[in-house]
Design a protein around this ligand. Structure first.
Ligand SMILES: Nc1ncnc2c1ncn2[C@@H]1O[C@H](COP(=O)(O)OP(=O)(O)O)[C@@H](O)[C@H]1O
Ligand SMILES: [Mg+2]
Length: 141
């Protein structure tokens, strides 16, 4: 497990850009953390580093947004789902096999559906406000 302390949204963008350099093809990034903990900010950092100029927002109503940069970016937000059955119904298994990078917010709602090469990023907000503790682990769940 790797732990990273971000002191600003720019720091979180830089972490995303650094990670992007090391990602395998068809990478899956599962994002966990409360509202406002920086999950979308991280995906915005990925998008910037991939040369995507469209604004990246949480796809709360559509569940999935797809962007094209130096490679495809699939951005999923499972906030409105209550259980893995609904994730299956939305076709998450196919989405997880998308070309390029797939990033999933509220990944706990698709627990058990992630491939073994998934990177799990957990975001925590310490009481001081602008810092975020971000841990990175690779594995199944
Ligand atoms: N170090 C930091 N990393 C990421 N976001 C931060 C940080 N410090 C403050 N913020 C702010 O926290 C909010 C994170 O929002 P967002 O990325 O939408 O969270 P989430 O998608 O987890 O709900 C943004 O308003 C961002 O400006
Ligand atoms: Mg979000």
């Amino acid at each position: 497990m790797t732990e990273f302390i971000s002191h600003s949204p720019d720091d979180t963008h830089r972490l995303a850009a650094d990670l992007l350099e090391r990602l395998p093809p068809r990478a899956v990034i599962a994002l966990y953390g409360d509202l406002g903990s920086g999950k979308t900010c991280f995906v915005q950092g990925l998008a910037m580093a991939m040369g995507i100029t469209e604004p990246v927002t949480s796809p709360t109503f559509t569940l999935v947004n797809e962007y094209m940069g130096t490679m495809p970016l699939t951005h999923i937000d499972l906030y409105r789902l209550s259980q893995p059955d609904e994730a299956l119904a939305m076709g998450i298994e196919e989405l997880l096999e998308s070309d390029g990078i797939t990033a999933i917010e509220w990944a706990e709602r698709a627990e058990g559906l992630f491939p073994a090469h998934t990177l799990h990023l957990r975001f925590r907000t310490p009481p001081d406000g602008n810092s975020r503790i971000i841990t990175i682990e690779e594995g199944v769940s």
